[in-house]
Design a protein around this ligand. Structure first.
Ligand SMILES: NC(=O)c1ccc[n+]([C@@H]2O[C@H](COP(=O)([O-])OP(=O)(O)OC[C@H]3O[C@@H](n4cnc5c(N)ncnc54)[C@H](O)[C@@H]3O)[C@@H](O)[C@H]2O)c1
Length: 437
């Protein structure tokens, strides 16, 4: 197989983060600094700890992914970003209460040096928070131009050739796809006319793609996931992906559901609820932001279980998801699932899951991996939607003619085979007949 031409990861890579002061961003940056200083292990990160099988099982070749594909080293990452708050990242990490105090203190020097740029923000799209560090502009197009200037200045200031933008800002209110999202011309006119269907996350995505900067969407709001920007990314060869990091409850769901389906077990109901007390929980306490999240969380079962293909097993499935804002828990979320399943002759059974997780501890390594893989994609000449990165998302972007692939194990295979393909390695089919000849 022919190997793709991949430009080397020379020099520094900028990592631009809308939502710079938030829980995921501070956990990501604090985590990278801790790993660099030998004060922690990058657990949960495929780029840092994952391995990939190459060739036959008898070849016993399982290199680290980072030794197989040319990725940027952690020491070459330069972080910057925007937030509506103007505190440095040391203060922000203390407020986020994800990393523990002694760990934050040990990173004080690195974190204090980082301050957010002024955000493009409008409370219409995130109702439950407000802050002082916000741009002023004639209209939304003017805000997008200011973001483009920020990106250019950041790259110049740090002498960067390459950068990636990753959305770690709050989930915006629900906006269904609108006619103004369909073409670039309509979208640019809508920015100039301050159209309500143009949310702030779409401005950041527009600015990134215009600057040739790959964009990943860690939240369920639209951002890069509109036809106008997908087309622009494809035309300009800029890789994009989304949406919404697959972390706690949805990660569990996309592990369990494929297993039940694999055994042809039926599911009558799946009740999921969460308590969460961080700022994300506060934002999601607004029904309009929750609606965006709900759509993303509900979509996974349908595409995994395919009720139209398996009507006796999944036709009547009742799926309910709620999130309750409960401040005492902070970032330490608890997610309960009650799954009503049925087996042989229709006899009912139940599965209960109680996942006591830490939301941002699960999300930070995904954000890191997405940054490094998007940069790889850019250097390998891959533009437009990167479906092979579905593995990281609750609601993966995909070509319009196919359904989203939500099964974690199919996503993993797709991801690994894409890396093998990129490097000219044989794809692994698991056929295995060669061992019995
Ligand atoms: N933590 C997880 O496991 C997880 C999983 C999936 C998705 N997400 C999503 O990731 C996003 C970040 O999560 P978090 O826990 O870090 O939230 P957070 O509330 O701690 O941080 C979000 C930050 O974004 C800032 N912000 C809001 N609007 C902005 C704008 N227009 N420009 C710049 N900054 C803006 C806020 O001020 C805040 O500091 C949320 O949308 C969340 O729903 C989180």
């Amino acid at each position: 197989m022919k190997k793709n031409k991949i430009a080397p990861a020379k020099g520094k890579l900028g990592v631009l983060i809308p939502g710079f002061c938030g829980a995921i961003s501070t956990t990501l940056i604090g985590g990278v600094e801790a790993v660099k200083a030998g004060k922690g292990e990058p657990i949960g990160s495929l780029t840092q700890m994952g391995r990939i099988r190459l060739g036959k099982r008898t070849d016993k070749k399982n290199p680290l992914i980072k030794d197989f594909v040319p990725l940027t080293d952690l020491k070459d990452l330069v972080f910057g970003g925007w937030d509506i708050f103007d505190e440095n990242l040391y203060e922000s990490a203390k407020k986020a209460e994800v990393l523990e105090k002694p760990q934050i203190e040990s990173l004080k020097k690195q974190l204090s040096a980082l301050r957010p740029m002024k955000a493009a923000f409008d409370r219409k799209y995130v109702k439950n928070i407000s802050g002082p560090n916000v741009k002023k502009g004639k209209n939304k197009y003017d805000l997008a131009l200011q973001l483009i200037e920020d990106i250019k200045d950041f790259k110049k200031k740090h002498g960067l050739d390459r950068a990636v933008m990753i959305w770690c800002a709050s989930t915006e209110t629900y906006i269904p796809e609108h006619d103004v999202h369909t073409t670039l011309a309509k979208f640019e006119n809508a920015m100039k006319a301050d159209h309500p269907a143009v949310s702030m996350s779409t401005l950041y995505a527009y600015a990134a793609i215009k600057c040739g900067v790959p964009f990943a969407n860690g939240a369920p709001n639209l951002s890069c996931n509109i036809p106008a920007l997908i087309e622009l990314a494809k035309k300009t060869g800029v890789p994009i992906c989304g949406s919404d990091y697959k972390t706690g409850q949805t990660l569990m769901k996309t592990i369990i559901a494929p297993g039940l389906k694999a055994r042809a077990l039926g599911i009558r109901g799946w009740f999921s609820t969460n308590i969460l007390g961080n700022r994300d929980g506060e934002v999601l306490d607004d029904p309009e932001s929750f609606k965006t999240k709900e759509v993303s969380k509900l979509s996974v079962l349908e595409s995994i279980l395919q009720p139209e293909t398996y009507p006796q097993l999944y036709r009547d499935l009742y799926h309910k998801v709620t999130i309750n804002y409960y401040p005492p828990r902070g970032d330490s979320k608890e997610g309960w699932d009650n799954i009503d399943i049925f087996g042989w002759l229709g006899y009912p059974m139940q599965i209960k899951v109680d996942f006591l997780c830490r939301d941002s501890i699960l999300a930070a390594p995904l954000a890191l991996d997405l940054v490094l893989f998007l940069d790889l994609a850019r250097r390998a000449g891959l533009g437009g939607t990167q479906e092979w990165l579905s593995f990281f998302f609750k609601s993966p972007m995909h070509a319009p003619e196919v359904y989203a692939e939500n099964d974690l194990f199919v996503q993993l295979e797709k991801f690994e085979n894409n890396l093998r393909h990129l490097m000219g390695e044989t794809l692994i089919t698991h056929l295995g007949t060669e061992y019995y000849k």
